[in-house]
Design a protein around this ligand. Structure first.
Ligand code: XMP
Length: 514
């Protein structure tokens, strides 16, 4: 399959938090879409032969920032349809001789918008719709030959078009669920304006990735960081499909896994999938490095570095192994900070990697969200118990133990965590929620057990729903389930005398505690 035989919508990323969501929404409409940095050389963008180009939102201001985050003007002369979203629309106005202002035009949240349904972009919509706004600057003067196609009470220019050149701009975000007709707008752009066909499926991604992995590894040996979670399992199966025997999976038991996890991974991959698998027991090595460390980012860096060191050591034993496969997802990438997006936390497999790492990375899932990876896993024939498994972070229980990680605290958390998972499964909730787990904070409180004073740890129970880990809501667990959890954890886990339930959403919290 030639790269440019695939219908492709390119999203130029100016660092907006929703940029990848735009690409993902397009893939949901069965058109391939990829996100590329806004400053990708123009020739490279052209070579991809896109059917359409989307300019994303951005934390930058086209007027206030001294450095201008722009594209080459040639982009607007290619005859390829362009849709600017939020900052993208301001960029179109700025570059094509309109004007942008920061005066009194900011809007945030759900907004009523009047739209011109004669525009192809809004075909089939109602004259008044609800949309999601999040902007400071806005377009104040139209570029020549453009016309207004949307406005709100505060914003006279909320949508623009130059239909002959097929250039469109909207100030709101069609990709978020708070714009109910957002998908219809994207559909109009894809199918009515860019004339795409809706033929792309996850199978196409398998073919594309298999081909790329074969080319990239060039006959060399590959090792894969297998954790047994859905991401690395799907990555391993994909790579296995591409290079077969040339792949060796390495499973590092850093001692911060859930109970029974290492055994389960060994059984699934060695016995069921007949994949070369090396099991490394490294609890002591990790715990000694983590001794006395309490700062979360430092923990993540230590674990990331140690992981890679172990892989390098193992790779040396496998002649010609120069590549490392990881199941890195898009949410890991964006939250670790990209060139244009802010860092929230260093996911161990992205920003936690050491600078002098010798292995070259293969990350076939880097552009996908978790639910897309699950669909891919099912297409690849992975069993449901792996594909539908709740996510588990690479640094494992270390980021659920607040403060120092040691054997005693690990033992407590492992037991509490097993109980949480057992009870959530028993209540039939396991596959309905994104993640459910226990956290061990670095505090103790006073309790009374059997007439004796206790001074022990609390366990925090956390359960969240989420679509893609970018946002999450705490689960309103039934009182009966909470009661059972509390009762079992306090009675069965020595060293715990209190159970609390975390009722925070993301944002402003994150799913994990560190
Ligand atoms: P947060 O805590 O950032 O987590 O809301 C979002 C999702 O990512 C998982 N997570 C990680 N996964 N390595 C991983 O492989 C990491 O370092 C890491 N940190 C968080 C987390 O469990 C949640 O599903």
């Amino acid at each position: 399959m030639k790269e440019n035989s695939l219908e492709n919508i390119i999203v130029l990323d100016f660092g907006g938090q929703y940029s990848q969501l735009i690409a993902r929404r397009i893939r949901e409409l069965r058109v391939f879409s990829e996100l590329v940095p806004y400053d990708t050389p123009f020739e490279k963008i052209k070579a991809k032969n896109p059917k359409g180009i989307i300019l994303s939102g951005s934390p930058y201001s086209i007027i206030s920032n001294e450095k201008k985050y722009v594209v080459e003007k040639e982009l607007f002369k290619l005859g390829i349809p362009v849709l600017g979203i939020c900052y993208g629309m301001q960029l179109i106005a700025y570059m094509l001789d309109g004007e942008v202002t920061s005066r009194g035009s900011n809007e945030y949240g759900k907004t009523r918008i009047n739209i011109d349904t004669n525009s192809l972009l809004f075909n089939g919509l109602q004259p008044v719709e609800t949309c999601w706004m999040s902007h400071r600057d806005s377009v104040s003067i139209l570029p020549p030959f453009f016309r207004i196609i949307a406005s709100t009470t505060n914003l006279p220019i909320a949508g623009i078009e130059e239909p002959f050149k097929k250039i469109y701009g909207i100030q709101f975000h069609p990709e978020v669920i708070h714009t109910p007709s957002g998908m219809d707008i994207l559909k109009n752009f894809l199918f009515k304006i860019c004339k795409c066909s809706s033929t792309w499926t996850m199978v196409s991604i398998i073919e594309k990735e298999v081909k790329e992995i074969r080319e990239k590894s060039d006959g060399g040996k590959i090792i894969c960081a297998l954790s047994g979670g859905v991401d690395s399992s799907v990555a391993a199966i994909l790579v296995n499909k591409a290079v077969g025997e040339r792949l060796t999976c390495i499973f590092v038991d850093h001692g911060m896994l859930r109970s029974g996890e290492a055994e389960q991974v060994e059984k699934t991959f060695k016995e069921n999938f007949k994949i070369n698998l090396v099991m490394i027991k490294a609890q002591e090595r990790f715990l000694s490095k983590l001794k006395g460390v309490i700062e979360p980012e430092q923990k993540r860096k230590i674990i990331g570095t140690e992981f890679i060191r172990i892989f390098e050591e193992e790779a040396k034993k496998i002649k010609d192994a120069n590549y490392l496969v990881q199941g890195t997802l898009y949410s890991d990438v964006i939250e670790s900070g990209t060139k244009n997006a802010a860092r929230i936390k260093s996911h161990h497999n992205v920003a936690g990697l050491p600078d002098d790492m010798k292995l070259k990375l293969i990350e076939p899932l880097r552009m996908l969200f978790k639910d897309e990876v699950r669909i891919l896993g099912i297409e690849l024939g992975l069993p449901e118990e792996i594909v539908l498994r709740q996510p588990f972070p690479g640094p494992g229980l270390s980021i659920r133990i607040i403060g120092e990680v040691n054997e005693r605290r690990l033992e407590i958390l492992k037991k509490a965590d097993s109980i949480v998972l057992e009870e959530i499964k028993r209540a039939g909730l396991y596959n309905k929620i994104w993640q459910s787990f226990a956290v061990l904070p670095a505090i103790k409180s006073v309790g009374v057990m059997g007439d004796e004073r206790t001074y022990d740890y609390p366990i925090v129970v956390r359960a969240v729903t989420s679509e893609d880990a970018m946002t999450a809501d705490w689960v309103k667990l039934p009182y009966k389930v909470l009661e059972k959890l509390s009762c079992r954890i306090i009675n069965e886990v020595e060293g715990v005398n209190r159970v609390v339930y975390d009722i925070s959403s993301k944002p402003p919290s994150t799913i994990e505690w560190e």
